[in-house]
Design a binder for this molecule. Structure first.
Ligand SMILES: Cc1cc2nc3c(=O)[nH]c(=O)nc-3n(C[C@H](O)[C@H](O)[C@H](O)COP(=O)(O)OP(=O)(O)OC[C@H]3O[C@@H](n4cnc5c(N)ncnc54)[C@H](O)[C@@H]3O)c2cc1C
Length: 455
């Protein structure tokens, strides 16, 4: 019976249909977080919306857990399941309309795909800081990155999306068509359907001036105190975030300091490049910069500068909060726990989400925390599973120290599986409206492999 069913699916799908007996199954079931070990009944790699419809119908009719995979970066491993996986990685096309300054982006594209296509026309929109992250998951949850202060979240730049909903129907979501669905997908993650194509606004950004600046740990408090004041009124072309980081073996860091922990400022000045050096001067004035790798570069170069730090197959455990005010007590907690970052691939970032992110009202999209100024992420990533306990403990201790000084909710894209209980807090006043949209578009909760909004 199962074989017959898979055969039927194979007849309907032009892309790949991979089951346990097929070559490549182990590769097809893996996601970025190496802790996740699911065994899907079938992985479908669609090449068009019709394939996606067939896979959604197959999962629904077979009552199988359905996961959607964009870039596969979800820390809780929402890009895989023991049932059906729709892996969008063969749908990565990006078509830029330079006159209208828009881009049509297929649902499996990464930010690397997007940025390289847009940069050829001197254009960009807000995306993440790593090029291998999926446009899909990142945008549907929010989209925080270097350009957010200037152009809003990734989802603020969405014009429309093509969505295959739980009933297998293809629907366009925009301000004019299915506006309730359009509202819900802008923050509601993968709860409402499979997005086969996104339409984005683009902005003129070609080269930026920026990169990482390393400061001795003793200046971490000064750096954070400076940052909270500076970023409140900094030009919107300035995207910058502080971090804690163990120095990797990079040529611009003296060899004898490789492996030492530093406070970091990572900056991206998207204004006129010739003003870049001046724009970054305030950071240099806080304290001596121990080592840095800043300068003019194409925007996609900064977007991929840290890719090597985060290879596939790391163990992942993250926690997150939104923050209105970075108090002195919060800074003290960051300095204490950030200084103990246990792995070169682990870090803590404080992303500013003011500027253009605040131009959108809290109820205009499902992303509710428009009054927060920062999104923090304690990102535990380490190579050795034998170190899981110690690394998870670092994330939890750090979170326990900072959460009471933060908002109740956090950014859904920075959360772990054990954060499902925070779902209402993450959406605040928008939660009930999300439940209504869920009841309409996915009443049986077919799309539940996510930070789940229950119908
Ligand atoms: C190394 C790293 C760096 C990151 N940097 C940033 C950053 O700078 N800014 C930021 O905001 N976030 C960042 N994130 C978090 C990131 O936004 C989330 O992990 C996001 O879920 C990743 O999207 P994805 O498509 O790669 O993941 P996936 O695991 O493929 O999917 C995640 C979720 O999104 C849904 N989804 C994905 N594609 C689609 C689609 N086409 N249609 C419908 N649903 C879909 C799935 O249902 C799933 O629940 C980072 C994560 C990692 C691991």
């Amino acid at each position: 019976m199962a074989t017959l069913t898979f055969d039927t699916l194979r007849q309907q799908v032009r892309g790949d249909v991979i089951t346990k007996d097929d070559a490549g199954y182990d590769e097809a079931r893996a996601v970025r977080n190496a802790m996740i070990d699911k065994h899907p009944a079938v992985v479908v790699r669609p090449v068009n919306a019709g394939d996606v419809i067939a896979a959604v119908n197959f999962a629904r009719e077979g009552h199988l857990a359905l996961a959607i995979r964009g870039g596969g970066h979800s820390v809780p491993g929402f890009g895989t399941s023991d049932g059906v996986v729709i892996d969008m990685s063969r749908m990565r096309g990006v078509r830029v309309n330079p006159e209208k300054r828009t881009a049509r982006v297929e649902g499996g594209a990464t930010w690397g795909d997007f940025n390289s296509a847009a940069n050829a026309f001197g254009l960009a929109t807000t995306g993440g800081i790593i090029s291998t992250t999926g446009v899909g998951g990142l945008t549907l949850g929010g989209g925080i990155g270097y350009l957010a202060r200037g152009f809003g979240l990734s989802l603020d730049n969405l014009i429309s999306a093509d969505v295959v909903t739980a009933d297998g129907k293809f629907q366009i979501a925009s301000d004019k068509e299915n506006p309730d669905l359009f509202w819900a997908i802008r923050g509601g993650g993968g709860n409402f359907g499979v997005v086969t194509s996104f339409e984005f606004k683009l902005h003129p950004v070609k080269d930026i001036y920026g990169g990482p600046m390393f400061f001795e740990l003793k200046y971490a408090g000064d750096l954070l105190r400076f940052f909270r004041e500076y970023i409140a009124t900094a030009p919107e072309a300035m995207g910058a975030f502080p971090a804690f980081q163990i120095a990797p073996p990079l040529p611009f860091i003296p060899e004898k300091r490789h492996g030492d922990t530093f406070a970091l400022m990572v900056a991206c000045w998207a204004g006129p490049v010739e003003e870049g050096e001046k724009a970054l001067k305030p950071f240099h004035d806080v304290a001596p910069v121990f080592a840095e790798h800043v300068g003019p570069m194409p925007y996609p170069a900064l977007n991929s500068a840290f890719d090597g730090l985060y290879p596939p197959d790391l163990q992942h455990y993250w926690k997150a909060n939104f923050v209105k005010e970075l108090t002195d007590d919060a800074i003290a907690a960051h300095v204490e726990h950030g200084s103990k970052v246990p792995a070169m691939t682990s870090t803590m970032h404080i992303y500013p989400i003011n500027g253009a992110v605040h131009n959108v009202a809290s109820d205009e999209t499902a992303f509710a925390y428009r009054d927060a100024n920062f999104a923090t992420v304690i990102a535990g990533m380490w190579p050795d599973p034998a170190q899981n306990k110690a690394n998870i403990q670092w994330v939890r201790d750090y979170y326990d120290a900072t959460a009471p000084l933060s908002e109740e909710g956090g950014y859904i894209n920075f959360m772990a599986e054990d954060d499902q209980s925070r779902i209402k807090a993450n959406y605040k006043g928008n939660y009930n409206r999300l439940v209504q949209a869920k009841k309409k578009y996915d009443p049986d909760n077919i799309f539940h492999v996510n930070q789940n909004i229950k119908p």
